[in-house]
Design a protein around this ligand. Structure first.
Ligand code: MIC
Ligand code: SF4
Length: 640
């Protein structure tokens, strides 16, 4: 069989049609063309400041959308300043601007812009939600989005593709969240770097697009490059119902397409599942925690805020009232969802059932709203339950499906849903596009627009080139599975995202409040700073601030047992070397305050990436492109 005739997976097809650099057969890294980009406000300000610094006149990719959904609480002037900045940038450069109050970026993008067979790069780790509609949708740091908007390639490791074969049909009371929790139970939150999970098999046709999107969304918790579903008749129906029939293209895996590995999930055999504190990979059955007293139930987030999800909740709560000692909050994903719930009576049901109707934004999911009380058990439909992320360090957060959340709201205890009628896929979704601005000038822009910069918008700091030899000190030593929420907390600190000097004061706040001062002290004595970590360092979000702010504090290297994909890329982008131990046991030989002499570090980076420091062997595996970035002190220095 000729090479071109080889049966291909959905992943191979989309990547092949977007390949700009590299050959999957011989290279380790590929450069792909990015059709669409998205940013959200918490990462977007920095992405656009970097885009501005590149001196490009307008966006060069097909479509760029700037969403405001994270920082919508607006206590103080900072968030509003950011919104004004983002709006003016969008107008000037030809970007569509989604105003605060329009909805959550991933839900909105799926509804209004996601296009099968295209690539989407977003400055948010849950960008893979677009995989639900057959996009190769990837989360990355803001500067990578800036490069893609300027028409540059995005680089990924040559993916290994794991086929997740779905068979059977979900039983009543079980839904997409339980599917992804099953996959997380099997593969965990670490060790999946470089994989793409592609769903196939007869069970796929039984899932609507919002359910597929839930699965692809929470695939982010596996640490994979992305997850993708085929684009089939169900996708066609969804796009037609969104009034976008022209955006449909069929993309399914060829018969006989080979996956690097296959895992089968029998949908019919699944039961309601939950992720127990404090990791999305800590999966248990709902049965095993049945009856546990619950203080708070929150439904929404980009994982479970579609019409299908909230309508399902309304069906379960209809004519009933939530238990009196539990607080229940519901955040819809978009204005389209709200409008549908308004018209079919669901909002009235939820109101009468005693739910708090929340803004259609990230809110509680990122600890920016409704932090639970001390030691409370909080049941949530979002995707991350890292310790302290809710804003309450002692809270016990469990992640569940909307069905389990609704059934538990009625009892005030963890309760599995006995079943409810399936919400039929709407024939026509209402078009509610009035909070998308600058559609008319999308791709063109209005060049003379004045950029609005309030006092919270600080300039992007520049990185320093790597010296020949580096004298450093261990500024902090942390354990396994340190998330970006540990490194760069969100919640109450989220408002400093566009102000690096201010935000840097909170690096590692949950682990060591002195980190900032220790780093500055070391820098004053002429030492660079090093972070020592265990397995799976940098799990979670795409926030490049978890690299940018440490760079600002003089961090030049991370030495870990392993480092997660997006965070590793962000470290490189900000000139911080991602080293791993050749022998993981050497982790035990390092302590906070140790002096480390990286003699010949620049040469080692330019060479095979191996170096011995204080008798400990370290290694960094960098592509030629990454070596240049690290040596020059960051991506921005390479672009200018
Ligand atoms: C998250 O869910 O952790 C966030 C907040 O959406 C982040 C982005 C950010 O930190 O701004 C993400 O997932 O990338
Ligand atoms: Fe927003 Fe939460 Fe989704 Fe992140 S995971 S984009 S904070 S809703």
């Amino acid at each position: 069989m000729k090479k071109a005739d080889k049966p291909r997976t959905v992943t191979e097809k989309i990547i092949a049609s977007h390949l700009l650099e590299g050959d999957p057969a011989t290279d380790r890294e590929l450069g792909i063309r990015i059709d669409q980009t998205l940013t959200q406000d918490a990462t977007g300000t920095m992405a656009y400041l970097q885009f501005e610094a590149m001196g490009v006149k307008r966006i060069r990719n097909e479509l760029a959308v700037s969403y405001v959904d994270h920082n919508t609480v607006q206590i103080g002037f900072e968030n509003a300043d950011d919104h004004d900045f983002l709006a003016s940038i969008a107008k000037k450069y030809g970007i569509i601007y989604s105003k605060a109050g329009n909805g959550i970026c991933h839900q909105l993008h799926l509804e209004r812009f996601g296009k099968p067979g295209t690539t989407l790069l977003g400055s948010d780790s849950h960008t893979p939600t677009g995989g639900g509609i057959g996009q190769i949708a990837i989360g990355a740091g803001g500067i990578d989005i800036a490069v893609a908007m300027a028409g540059g390639a995005f680089h990924i490791p040559v993916p290994k593709v794991r086929g997740i074969r779905l068979v059977g049909r979900l039983s009543k009371g079980v839904s997409a969240k339980d599917v992804i929790l099953k996959v997380l139970e099997k593969f965990g939150t670490k060790g999946n770097v470089g994989w793409i999970f592609e769903y196939f098999g007869p069970g796929v046709a039984t899932l609507d697009v919002p359910s597929r999107a839930t699965i692809a969304n929470m695939g982010a918790e596996l640490g994979v490059t992305t997850s993708v579903f085929p684009s089939d008749r169900v996708t066609r129906q969804f796009l037609a119902a969104q009034g976008r029939p022209g955006d449909f293209t069929e993309i399914v895996a060829d018969k006989g397409a080979k996956y690097d590995d296959v895992f089968e999930v029998d949908l019919g055999a699944l039961e309601p599942l939950a992720a127990a504190p404090h990791s999305p990979g800590n999966v248990v059955t709902v049965k095993s925690i049945r009856g546990k007293k619950v203080g708070q139930i929150l439904i929404g987030s980009c994982t479970n805020s579609s019409y299908r999800d909230i309508r399902t909740v309304a069906q379960i709560l209809k004519g009933k009232h939530v238990a009196e000692d539990v607080e229940v909050g519901i955040a819809c994903g978009s204005r389209q969802v709200i409008e549908m719930l308004l018209k079919d009576g669901s909002l009235a049901i939820l109101h009468e059932a005693g739910c708090r109707m929340l803004e259609n934004a990230c809110g509680f999911c990122i600890g920016a709203h409704m932090s639970p009380s001390t030691n409370a058990v909080s049941l949530r439909t979002n995707n991350r339950n890292f310790e302290g992320r809710s804003g309450t360090q002692s809270a016990q957060v469990y992640l569940v499906s909307p069905e389990t959340a609704a059934a538990s709201a009625l009892t005030g205890k963890v309760t599995a849903c006995e079943g409810t009628a399936k919400v039929p896929s709407p024939k026509r979704f209402p078009t509610v596009d009035d909070m998308f601005l600058y559609r008319a000038t999308a791709g063109k822009g209005v060049p003379r627009t004045k950029i609005v910069r309030g006092p919270n918008i600080a300039p992007v700091p520049a990185g320093k080139a790597m010296p020949e030899n580096l004298a450093a000190k261990v500024a902090i030593k942390v354990g396994d599975k340190i998330t970006t929420d540990h490194i760069m907390p969100a919640g109450a600190r989220l408002k400093y995202r566009s102000n690096v000097p201010e935000y840097s004061k909170y690096v590692f706040e949950p682990c060591d409040r002195n980190f900032h001062d220790i780093c500055l002290g070391n820098a004053e004595s002429g030492f660079a700073n090093v972070i020592v970590a265990g397995e799976s360092y940098g799990q979670g979000s795409s926030r490049e601030h978890a690299a940018l702010c440490p760079m600002y504090l003089g961090v030049k290297a991370v030495v870990a047992k392993s480092i997660e994909r997006i965070h590793r890329a962000n470290l490189v982008n900000f000139g911080i070397v991602p080293f791993v131990f050749e022998n993981p046991a050497d982790y035990d030989r390092l302590s906070q305050g140790d002096r480390l002499d990286f003699s010949g570090i620049a040469q080692a980076i330019a060479g095979d990436g191996r170096i011995e420091v204080n008798g400990i062997k370290l290694r960094t595996e960098l592509s030629a492109r990454e070596k240049e970035i690290v040596l020059k002190g960051g991506l921005l220095s390479c672009l200018n």
